[in-house]
Ligand binder design. Structure first.
Ligand SMILES: Nc1ncnc2c1ncn2[C@@H]1O[C@H](COP(=O)(O)OP(=O)(O)O)[C@@H](O)[C@H]1O
Ligand SMILES: [Mg+2]
Length: 361
């Protein structure tokens, strides 16, 4: 067992109960994130990326059931905090203490994540004030100098921190007391990043942080996130449906398909030596300005078909109905992870066979 991982998700199963059955949204998911590392999580819409992120922080609705596996953060299994039947204990203090303080989320869809009736700064302040234990850690030399000899209220520390945060995410401090409707989309997204950074968490989950924004704003904000994260040596999980957006930001990648992991590898290995037919399809569907017109056409074809519903998903490998290499075995049995290189796992029978020197027939 590797002791070094900051976050280690192992064989995690999290299903949603619905009227006529179960949505198998997170099914035997295994991955890890090391200190200072960015893991890019990619896959088509509906493949369980957001659900996986929320399972880690246990921000789950009442119909969510954690049915198995573990989520170890700094060695502590967070699934110990769920109720006996697998539902989430929303009042559990231990997980609340960890959330925002040690693990924070930049939510998908910045537009709805801020409450329209409160000033943005007040909303960040509220998040900070929920963790007053962490306030002393936010005091720096500049603060000590500024308030030397004065009695300082907790709120003043929070306020000072918010000013610093606005500098970090490149928002004007004048904006702190404005309402969300006075912010542009890009500014709201920056404010949410500020909120996620507020308590200096060791681990940040960014769930499609720039999907709603135009390409140029998106590029600027992603660069900003990367800069902050590297400066503070924070670890990160960067979720996107767009493999090309996260590739340059990630040291490693996890490709998800239909509630499962298809492949995990260092980013360079994933691009040079992708093994799962789904990963290969994703990479081939990245538009490129290089190459001939004919090559372009061929590339943009992508992967025929669409992801399956997660209520009664396909048996065996969930990708088999779309896979051109599919054999009987793939219809019957879920693939076990094959280690095809250092830190490179592939959930595919074909890759498994070829890795062991067998021809796939
Ligand atoms: N509260 C819920 N109840 C039932 N099904 C849900 C709920 N939330 C999400 N799902 C389903 O879980 C699956 C995974 O969704 P999600 O994690 O949002 O995917 P992604 O973030 O990759 O687009 C989808 O099939 C979605 O419809
Ligand atoms: Mg999502």
């Amino acid at each position: 067992m590797n002791m070094g991982h900051l976050l280690e998700v192992n064989d995690l199963v999290m299903h949603f109960k619905i009227q006529d059955g179960w949505v198998e949204a997170v099914d035997h998911v295994t991955f890890h994130v090391d200190e200072g590392e960015t893991l890019g999580v990619v896959g088509e819409s509906g493949c369980g990326k957001t659900t996986t992120a929320y399972a880690i922080t246990q921000l789950l609705p009442r119909n969510a059931f954690i049915k198995g596996g573990s989520i170890k953060f700094k060695g502590k299994d967070l699934t110990e905090f769920v109720n006996d039947d697998g539902t989430i204990d929303i009042f559990n203090q231990a997980i609340r203490d960890i959330r925002w303080d040690q693990i924070s989320i930049i939510f998908q869809g910045a537009m709805d994540a801020l409450n329209p009736v409160y000033r943005v700064g007040d909303q960040i302040e509220e998040a900070i004030m929920a963790h007053t234990d962490s306030l002393p850690g936010l005091i720096d030399d500049e603060f000590r100098e500024k308030f030397a000899g004065m009695r300082v209220e907790e709120r003043e520390i929070a306020r000072y921190r918010i000013e610093k945060l606005y500098d970090i995410v490149n928002l004007n401090r004048d904006r702190i007391d404005h309402y969300p409707h006075e912010y542009s989309g890009g500014m709201k997204q920056r404010a949410l990043i500020a909120m996620a950074l507020a308590l200096r968490p060791d681990f940040i989950i960014a769930d499609e942080p720039t999907t709603a924004l135009d390409v140029i704003t998106s590029y600027k904000i992603l660069k900003e996130i990367k800069r902050i994260q590297e400066e503070h040596n924070q670890s990160m999980m960067m979720i996107s449906h767009d493999i090309s957006r996260v590739a340059e930001m990630s040291n490693r990648m996890a490709v998800m398909y239909a509630g499962r992991i298809a492949e995990t590898a260092r980013t360079t290995d994933l691009f040079c030596d992708a093994q799962h037919p789904y990963t290969i399809g994703l990479i081939n569907s990245i538009p490129t300005i290089l190459g001939t017109k004919e090559e372009m056409k061929d590339r943009l074809k992508g992967i025929p078909g669409s992801p399956p519903p997660l209520v009664n998903p396909p048996k065996g490998c969930r990708f088999h109905p779309r896979c051109k290499y599919m054999k009987d075995k793939c219809k019957k049995y879920s693939p076990k992870p094959a280690e095809v290189g250092p830190d490179h796992l592939v959930w595919c029978w074909k890759a498994d066979a070829e890795n062991r020197g067998h021809e796939w027939k």
